[in-house]
Design a protein around this ligand. Structure first.
Ligand SMILES: C[S@@+](CC[C@H](N)C(=O)[O-])C[C@H]1O[C@@H](n2cnc3c(N)ncnc32)[C@H](O)[C@@H]1O
Length: 271
């Protein structure tokens, strides 16, 4: 079954401000894969579950036309309002019912989203809409992130893990699919020609302020916020205080980084 989260306006606006594009290492892995599969048609790419569009734009460098799709009106509204090149457009639609002709899409991408879909139904749509030699890459960042700043990485990572632990009871069961590192996604993919890569690393630049925004964009934090707003806000305040103390700085604009590992399930319709 598909799971409906992320749809409120406030959550979509947090997404627009704090989510990030897939790191260069993942983009390189995608294009290397397409080259290895001798993909020669770059007419249409679709980013399914595109949220506010951060995972969509990079595809516009190579594809003639890119469509970002999402089930949430609020997320698509944010995506449409953000700057995007003329070959990128956005559509509200469920991943399980994509408004594309049979055999018309060269490449399907999805980042940090597939685990929310009805996976078996989505996989049938992938098979239906891809061209005969089309490819698909379904990726997410894993849960073992490191928050890095000078020699404080261990302590900052611990603070992040404690934040996650305190909000984890609000995590939807779908998050298990990430804990499982997309094995379920790999198993559900209908193509014979498929692989799962689990060691794509990337570093995303943040500041103390944007890292706190990123933590608040997690669906489990948003659920906590609805259930117990005072406790959820206190958690953010306390986390901010601890981060600044550990880093020995006072400015929320101080830069830091998150090092992330990504898993990707890659498949090609032509076997
Ligand atoms: C964690 S966000 C990731 C968004 C974006 N890909 C990114 O990297 O920032 C997951 C997105 O999947 C969307 N979503 C969830 N279930 C969906 C479904 N069944 N069909 C289409 N989109 C869905 C949500 O609305 C949300 O925008």
């Amino acid at each position: 079954m598909a799971t409906r989260l992320f749809e409120g306006k406030a959550h979509a606006s947090i997404y627009q401000r704090y989510r990030f594009a897939p790191p260069q290492q993942l983009r390189d892995a995608v294009f290397a894969y397409l080259a290895s599969k001798k993909v020669s048609s770059f007419r249409l790419a679709v980013d399914v579950g595109c949220g506010s569009g951060q995972s969509t734009l990079w595809l516009a460098e190579r594809f003639e036309k890119v469509v970002g799709t999402d089930i949430s009106d609020a997320q698509i509204e944010e995506a449409k309002q953000a700057a995007h090149p003329p070959n990128v457009s956005y559509l509200v639609c469920p991943a399980e019912n994509l408004p594309f002709e049979d055999g018309s899409v060269d490449f399907i991408f999805s980042f940090a989203a597939v685990h929310w879909f009805d996976i078996p139904r989505f996989m049938k749509e992938v098979e239906r809409v891809l061209t005969p030699s089309g490819c698909v890459v379904l990726s997410t960042n894993c849960l073992d992130m490191q928050v890095c700043y000078k020699d404080c990485t261990e302590k900052l990572t611990e603070i992040f893990q404690e934040f996650r632990k305190q909000t984890f009871k609000y995590a939807n069961d779908k998050v298990r699919c990430i804990e499982d590192e997309y094995k379920m996604v790999f198993d559900a993919m209908l193509f014979q020609d498929k692989q799962r890569v689990m060691d794509i690393y990337g570093t995303v630049p943040f500041t103390v302020s944007t890292v706190l925004g990123y933590f608040q964009s997690f669906s489990m934090y948003q659920t906590y916020l609805k259930d117990d707003p005072e406790a959820a806000k206190a958690l953010v305040q306390n986390t901010e205080k601890r981060i600044l103390e550990v880093m020995g700085v006072s400015s929320l604009e101080t830069p830091l980084e998150i090092r992330m590992r990504h898993v990707a399930v890659l498949g090609c319709k032509k076997s």
